[in-house]
Design a protein around this ligand. Structure first.
Ligand code: C2E
Ligand code: CA
Ligand code: CA
Ligand code: CA
Length: 277
């Protein structure tokens, strides 16, 4: 690769400059966005597939850019993870979603559990626990309403440190879910040592159900694993009735996916899912 880089130096370096510029420009606009509160939290329902009742929802951030419009997370989250701004973005998301949940509960509605994504950078921050307790205090959100989603690969970046922080989070009464389960490389021995409450089966195993025999096998195994480790289980990316029926019949009743709804605004959530809850 070095050889190649030298031969194509001209091309390589201008491309690098462009990329670097994009990142620098992006970092500046992300800072601006934080300051101007240009982020918006969308919510995707998590349902009980047997009863079609709401059990909770996942908070998913979007960037409402003044000229670009609604920017999807894949366009800015990876960059924010690199430059560290993800920590501030996630704190904003948490505050905003927790405030929303308190308002709903105060209105007598039942939004269930609030699932939020936790970036690895947060797990490395010594003061995350302080931040979390401050947020709980200032918003009056109850820890038992909250569930934090962490991916296997995020945990495995520094498992010792992650386990320590996850334990503290768990002791606060906040539940923990392993996101994108099955796509990482965490070993079962780590899984046993993690203070987690739930496995979230990744969309890639769900999308070809029930035709793909391997995915059928993997999904059934994850459900069995969750039962034997006494964990809850939820499937994400469920788009069809067939997929849902397969999952429910095989013991995974918690369902998230386009079948029920794409991520929507808080107002849409209230209209569509909270009015009779
Ligand atoms: P994720 O945590 O795995 O979130 C699930 C993603 O799958 C969401 O994409 C959701 O819209 C999408 N999805 C849900 N159901 C279906 C379905 O039935 N079919 C298909 N094709 N897709 C479905 P989204 O909102 O674009 O978010 C992408 C990723 O960005 C998230 O993946 C998460 O890793 C990250 N992300 C989003 N919001 C936040 C946040 O507030 N903080 C952090 N740290 N990461 C976030
Ligand atoms: Ca997630
Ligand atoms: Ca996921
Ligand atoms: Ca994912």
């Amino acid at each position: 690769a070095k050889e190649e880089g030298r031969n194509n130096f001209q091309f390589y370096s201008s491309e690098m400059t462009e990329l670097a510029f994009e990142h620098v420009a992006m970092e500046a606009s992300l800072r601006q966005a934080l300051q101007n509160e240009e982020f918006v939290v969308y919510y995707q329902p998590q349902m009980d597939g047997r009863t079609d009742r709401l059990v909770g929802m996942e908070a998913l951030v979007r960037w409402n850019h003044p000229t670009l419009g609604l920017v999807q997370p894949y366009k800015f989250i990876p960059i924010a993870e690199k430059n560290g701004l993800i920590v501030q973005i996630d704190q904003w998301v948490m505050k905003s979603a927790m405030t929303q949940f308190v308002a709903w509960y105060k209105d007598g509605l039942n939004p269930g559990v609030l699932a939020m994504n936790l970036a690895v950078k947060q797990l490395q921050k010594k003061d995350f626990i302080d931040t979390m307790s401050n947020l709980l205090k200032s918003t009056q959100c109850k820890p038992e309403w909250i569930e934090l989603e962490v991916t296997e690969s995020q945990i495995m970046t520094n498992p010792q440190e992650a386990i320590k922080i996850l334990k503290q989070i768990s002791e606060m009464g906040i539940e923990l879910a392993v996101d994108d389960f099955g796509t990482g490389y965490s070993s079962l021995s780590y899984l046993k040592r993690l203070p987690i409450d739930k496995l979230k089966i990744d969309r890639t195993f769900i999308q070809d159900l029930p035709d793909d025999e391997e995915d059928v096998g993997i999904t059934k195994s994850v459900i069995a694993l969750s039962k034997s480790l006494n964990l809850k289980v939820i499937a994400e990316g469920v788009e069809t009735d067939e997929q849902k029926n397969f999952l429910v019949e095989n013991g995974c009743q918690n369902i998230q996916g386009y079948l029920y709804s794409k991520p929507i605004t808080a107002n849409e959530m209230k209209e569509r899912f909270l009015k009779n809850s």
